[in-house]
Ligand binder design. Structure first.
Ligand SMILES: Nc1ncnc2c1ncn2[C@@H]1O[C@H](COP(=O)(O)OP(=O)(O)OP(=O)(O)O)[C@@H](O)[C@H]1O
Ligand SMILES: [Mg+2]
Length: 280
């Protein structure tokens, strides 16, 4: 079953040292975006007891419409910080971020409401998007079917396995009908087999929906298994250290020789970044 994503309104949200603020969703300069996400010269500092800590330094990155990009880097290098900025949950210290409509989010923790059923969790997202009540049930069923959870509408969250919960969380993210899906280590807590199955499902859904994905992971194999492009962040501060376009035919398997070969190359670079910054 194919899901069509509604054409999102083009918005440009931005905030930097220039003081421009696109929180009205109309954009800073009225420009429309020809990409799903545009990150332009973004830096982010946090105030710490030791002073300002520069976490992200001059990040420039586009995610094309329909593209699947994985963001890779050592723990603490600023991956989640960058994703939160793209999500609009926080503001960059400098630079600008534009997205094609409001992005949908999916995190390592499913963040489903435990007092609602799987279906009602999805219906809530549909309600927030303004989908009329009469259509919500059917749409939720369709989304559950898309993530291969037919018949799970009435199940409570505690009745579902970890993998099933992440499927519901994915369905709920897709319910937002966003052009851009931001995923922060969504499968990190799952066992290897379940993760493998969900990789296949995510690839199928990505193809079927045409959604653009920015996927954060520190698992190199996972990054190569999924992405059209892998972006490696350095640490302290996070900068774009390297990018690879992944020209390996899909469907891929995590154990494919070509996936392994590129993963070795990327891991070498990642090790170099970690050594350079004295992390272990
Ligand atoms: N709100 C905040 N206030 C202060 N420091 C923060 C805040 N959020 C993140 N940091 C710091 O920014 C750095 C990057 O954190 P971030 O969570 O983005 O890393 P990450 O790459 O996602 O790591 P991991 O792979 O472990 O999830 C860390 O040093 C963290 O302590
Ligand atoms: Mg993180």
């Amino acid at each position: 079953m194919a899901t069509t994503l509604a054409k999102s309104t083009l918005t440009k949200t931005a905030k930097g040292t220039d003081g421009k603020d696109g929180k009205d969703g109309k954009g800073t300069d009225g420009a429309t975006l020809d990409v799903a996400a545009r990150i332009e010269h973004v830096s982010k500092s946090f105030a710490t007891p030791a002073g300002q800590q520069l976490v992200l330094d001059d990040i420039t990155l586009d995610v094309a419409r329909g593209e699947f990009v994985t963001l890779l880097g050592a723990s603490g290098c600023g991956k989640s910080t960058l994703l939160n900025l793209v999500a609009g949950l926080d503001r960059p210290t400098a630079g600008a971020i534009g997205t094609d409509g409001r992005p949908a989010l999916m995190f390592q923790e499913h963040a489903l409401f435990p007092w609602l059923t799987a279906g009602k969790n999805i219906e809530l997202a549909l309600r927030l998007r303004g989908v009329p009540k009469a259509e919500r049930r059917e749409r939720a069923e369709e989304l559950l079917s898309l993530v291969r959870l037919d018949g799970a509408h009435g199940k409570r969250v505690h009745e579902l396995s970890g993998g099933m919960r992440q499927r519901v969380a994915l369905a709920r993210a897709l319910a937002q009908d966003s052009q851009l899906l931001l995923m922060d280590e969504p499968f990190a807590a799952l066992d290897a087999i379940t993760r493998d199955v969900l990789h296949d499902e995510l690839m199928r859904i990505w193809r079927e929906t045409g959604v653009s994905v920015l996927f954060v992971t520190h698992n190199v194999r996972e990054a190569v298994r999924l992405a059209q492009r892998v972006v490696l962040l350095s640490s302290r501060p996070g900068r774009i250290a390297h990018e690879w376009s992944v020209d390996i035919d899909q469907p891929r398997r995590i154990e494919d020789a070509a996936v392994a070969e590129l993963s070795v190359e990327i891991t070498e670079q990642l090790r170099g970044e970690i050594r350079r910054h004295g992390q272990h």
